[in-house]
Design a protein around this ligand. Structure first.
Ligand code: PNS
Length: 242
């Protein structure tokens, strides 16, 4: 019988004099023979089972800019969610880059787009990816490779990350062929020049792009919305000069 990441053998039930196990999301209930001692059972078996459970839980991070999230990103999240126990979509907070969508907007979009996966969550980080991975106990780093042209940069990054933190394993996955030419940079460029990005990004992102690129919206944002990030960027430049 499987309990979370644990597998209890029939020998366990026999040795513990237990006839069944009922499981919910947070508890394990043993239904045992009246003469068996629950304390003994717990002492004998829990110590062995808990570490086994933790060892089997694979947390992976999927780091990136996601400016904006594309169907290619979502394809990879879907694939990653199937092979890792927990997948953390980690948005880099980069004060040196002027993004189209600020971090709050990207978090909101990705949360809305991945809310149906029980093992996927969205977070932000700054500094080294390997340090963030260590902080949240991730053992894998997921990246997508679309075409041969991605390989050189991705290999360089994977090997540098391995040098910095050998225990973090980079796992490459390929998105569906139909997304092999798709990149967030091209989506931004096409949308900014008035082209259609239908089918390349989720509808939610399309709407946000329309809103963002509408002249009236841009004017409003210029005078208020992205002030926080602009000021953060100014502060970062000042720190570098000092
Ligand atoms: O979506 P992107 O822009 O291709 O993602 C690049 C990202 C965020 C994964 C990469 O730039 C990164 O890891 N930056 C964090 C800083 C860092 O760890 N640099 C060393 C990487 S070898």
């Amino acid at each position: 019988m499987a309990v979370g990441e644990l597998t209890l053998s029939s020998r366990f039930f026999a040795s513990a004099n237990c006839s069944s196990v009922i499981r919910d999301s947070s508890s394990l209930i043993l239904v045992c023979h009246p003469r068996s001692s629950p304390t003994k059972i717990i002492l004998r078996h829990v110590a062995m089972l808990v570490p086994r459970g933790n060892l089997h839980k694979t947390i992976a991070i999927y780091p990136g800019s996601f400016d904006p999230p594309t169907n290619g990103h979502l394809d990879l999240i879907e694939r990653g969610s199937k092979i890792f126990d927990e997948l953390v979509v980690a948005i880099l907070r980069n004060p040196d880059k002027a993004p189209l969508f600020n971090v709050t907007e990207r978090v909101a979009m990705l949360e809305a787009l991945t809310g149906h996966y029980s093992n996927v969550r969205v977070d932000t980080f700054d500094g080294l990816t390997v340090d963030y991975a260590a902080k949240i106990g991730a053992s894998s780093l997921l990246r997508g490779i679309r075409a041969l042209s991605d390989y050189e940069y991705e290999l360089q990054m994977a090997l540098m990350n391995r040098k910095l933190r050998p225990e973090l394993e980079t796992v490459f996955m390929m998105p569906a062929e139909k997304y092999s030419y798709l990149s967030a940079r091209l989506v931004r460029e096409v949308a900014q020049l008035g082209g259609s990005v239908k089918g390349l990004v989720p509808e939610l992102v399309e709407e946000h792009l329309r809103g963002k690129l509408d002249p009236a919206f841009k004017l409003a944002e210029f005078t208020s919305g992205s002030r926080e990030e602009k000021s953060e960027s100014r502060k970062s430049r000042a720190r570098k000069k000092a």
